[in-house]
Design a protein around this ligand. Sequence first.
Ligand SMILES: Cc1ncc(COP(=O)(O)O)c(C=O)c1O
Length: 484
Amino acid sequence: MTKANRPILAATDELTEAVGLDLNAALAPLLEQRHQAPIIRPSRAVDVAKLIDQSYPRGDESLEQLVAQITQATERYPRRNTHPGFFGWVAPSGLPSDPLAHAMLTVLNENVGGYWASPVGTTIEKTVIRWLADLVEFPAKSQGVFMSGGSMANMTGIASACAKRFGVEYRSLGLAAFSDESRPVIICSQAAHFSIRRAAVMLGIGTDNIVTIDTDDEFRMRADALEAALAEHDNIICVVASAGTTNTGAIDPLPQIADLCSAQNVWLHVDAAYGAGGLMSAKLRPRYRGIERADSVVMDMHKWFYQSLAGSLLLYREPGWARQMFTESSDYLRMNEDDSPEQFGFFSLSPELSRRFRALPFYISMRHYGLDRMGRNALHNVQCAEYLAERVCVEQDMELVTAPQLSILCFRFRPAGLDNDAVDQLNTAIRDRIEREGDYLISPTQVNHRVVLRVCIINHATRAEHVDGLLDSILRIGRELAAQ
Ligand SMILES: Cc1ncc(COP(=O)(O)O)c(C=O)c1O
């Protein structure tokens, strides 16, 4: 190329020059919105679309204009997981330290694939993983990797179980080569999260090859039924237990499950995506007894660790199987040529290569608030759930369906004289009205095929007054509807 062809775009970097914004001022209205009612406003997609400029961009809008557009749209049509009256699904509140942490990791823009790509990021991430592994009481040799969410982390844990079950040839031959004598199966309870089914789909195992174990009266995996299933099947990839099921917050009997798995050398994967946040409290930790015997554990930072979306930790007791599964080499990237920390790569522990600096928000919040304070909040969430259960039990027209094992409980408004179908309809109407009123939000679900009101308390800002307010609203609406 001659000098005459030397490309000229602009004298300086015009994309940088085009930006000029006071970040604090831009975020202030959004920060204010976080605790404002309504939590959600009924909307039609067509109305939301009207607030979002969908014309092809000309590139002539200021960042202030764009901030205003998004702020106004979310003000009009919010969905505020951040609100202390939000009790739905398993949605994260986010921490006040998160905007800073997320801004930092975005500005740094390091790819925490491994030490060479991010020496500081990798060191921080390994540090955080060690803290969390210590909470689970995993051995010093254990390792982990942050992933995008519990669904991906569950799938990756099960993939690593395949590596152990089928050996090194699994990588080249695939699952079919190990399916001749008996079909490879995953065992989990009826109450396991549906991400286990999707993992079975994506890993080519197939949902028909999930062996589903019955649960007891408290929706925990029945150990006797697991024992029978383990005796019946001889090509078992892993047993998946839950430390906090999504619907009722049940913790499977981990010590018995661990005994059964270790007797047959079967991989035990514990899905603690929701429940693990409770480990921050020393008072709650005994409830998870047995988790320390798992082969892999999933814990979502963006659930009960209060972190903003998104990050999930997958922990391996023995990381060698994951390495066997995921280590690749390529001309352009050298991976783990020796065991030195400078060669360390997270990309050998999961299928992800480029990785956001997901551990930074947790590092900052743990150092800023400390484990004791974070744990005190988790304990408070559980105490709020237990308090709500007590209040439900004393009301004549309420029925507690599942008591909180952690911070989730389910109950029904059940006035005398109504049959089950009528009670279902009434509770659906109550939930819908709560949502329309906007001060609280609970998610719809069913337990034993009956509609219940499910409350999940994982917001650090939630106080007993919000719990009281929710129950008072349910009683007011329920009694009003029942009288009609
Ligand atoms: C127990 C459990 N496991 C896995 C998941 C999936 O996690 P994610 O939404 O982070 O993919 C959830 C989601 O609520 C869950 O409750």
